[in-house]
Design a protein around this ligand. Structure first.
Ligand SMILES: C[S@@+](CC[C@H](N)C(=O)[O-])C[C@H]1O[C@@H](n2cnc3c(N)ncnc32)[C@H](O)[C@@H]1O
Length: 296
């Protein structure tokens, strides 16, 4: 499935870009947001973007140049945005967007085991290069307690302990290597009623492992902290999150900035997709957009 950009108009509108602005897109992905900036402003807004996925960068280069923008697209973790901008000789930016998580292209077609629907090697790494930690490493080596903590902490999986126990028993017999290996282990650990639930019983385990593999919560915290330093006064930061653990971090960071009178919340409550967007793109259903302006 081709990635459908979530909260596209809402997020770009709230970033309040103007001719001459510098826009930093930390999570370029299918370049949906950056393409809109490019279509709306052409080269009057400078686009600088990062992604950890090489394929995303390559595809976006083609897409943006077709629309007619010369953007700086850099293969990098957004948490290194300070280095990225310094290398480009850019001191401050006017807008920062982080659209967290993974794209539908990665979910469906990366071959790296993000989806429990395809039988693939259990890697779950955003980058194609060998990351030190992948899902196989976690499942086959980390302690039962740590695995349970990951499942509970990153996705509130209520059967975290049972699943972690089943993982450790299974790996004594043979290493856990594929998505379907993991699905069967989860199936063996959770009650039948959970298996019949509206949400697939493997959803939370897969989400939590992906977050752990890519160290996503630390990346988000580092990204917000550095982004704030790099934002001009009057500039805005917009973050789209897809689950409560991420949203909690964003809410906490933004609230603190507002309490200290360093920032102004642009929307008191998070902006969520309209019913129409959710109908057209069910993957948008859990999205929350928060926006803040730097005032000091
Ligand atoms: C939801 S997609 C972004 C979609 C994009 N906004 C669009 O409209 O097409 C998230 C992207 O962020 C990338 N990503 C996730 N964490 C990252 C990080 N820490 N640094 C850089 N890219 C990251 C993923 O590889 C993925 O391509």
């Amino acid at each position: 499935m081709i990635h459908k950009t979530v909260l596209l108009n809402e997020s770009i509108e709230k970033l309040n870009l103007k001719d001459g602005s510098i826009y930093f897109d930390g999570t370029l992905g299918g370049a949906g947001h950056s393409s809109k900036v490019c279509s709306d402003f052409g080269d009057k807004v400078r686009i600088i973007a990062t992604d950890r996925d090489n394929l995303a960068i390559r595809n976006a280069e083609e897409k943006l140049s077709k629309i007619g923008c010369s953007a700086n697209l850099i293969l990098s973790d957004y948490r290194n945005m300070d280095v990225v901008l310094k290398n480009l000789g850019v001191e401050k930016v006017d807008a920062i967007l982080l659209d967290l998580g993974l794209s539908s292209d990665q979910l469906d077609a990366s071959g790296r085991g993000f989806s429990f629907k395809n039988n693939e090697p259990l890697l779950m790494t955003f980058s194609e290069d060998n990351q030190k930690v992948d899902a196989q490493v976690i499942l086959n080596n980390w302690s039962e307690e740590t695995i349970a903590d990951i499942l509970y902490g990153y996705s509130d999986e209520r059967y975290s302990r049972r699943i972690a126990k089943a993982v450790v028993s299974a790996r004594k017999i043979k290493p856990i290597m594929t998505t379907f290996d993991l699905v069967e282990i989860i199936r063996s650990a959770v009650p039948a009623v959970y298996q019949r639930g509206k949400t697939h019983f493997a959803t939370k385990t897969f989400q939590a492992l992906r977050i752990a593999v890519n160290d996503e919560i630390t990346a988000l915290k580092d990204g917000m902290r550095k982004g704030w330093e790099l934002l001009n006064v009057g500039g805005r930061m917009a973050i789209i999150s897809f689950h409560s653990v991420e949203d909690r971090e964003v809410k906490f960071f933004f609230k603190n900035k507002s309490k200290n009178e360093e920032g102004k919340l642009i929307n008191k409550k998070p902006i969520i997709p309209t019913d129409e967007e959710v109908r057209e793109n069910p993957r948008s259903r859990s999205a929350k957009l928060r926006v803040i302006e730097k005032i000091k």
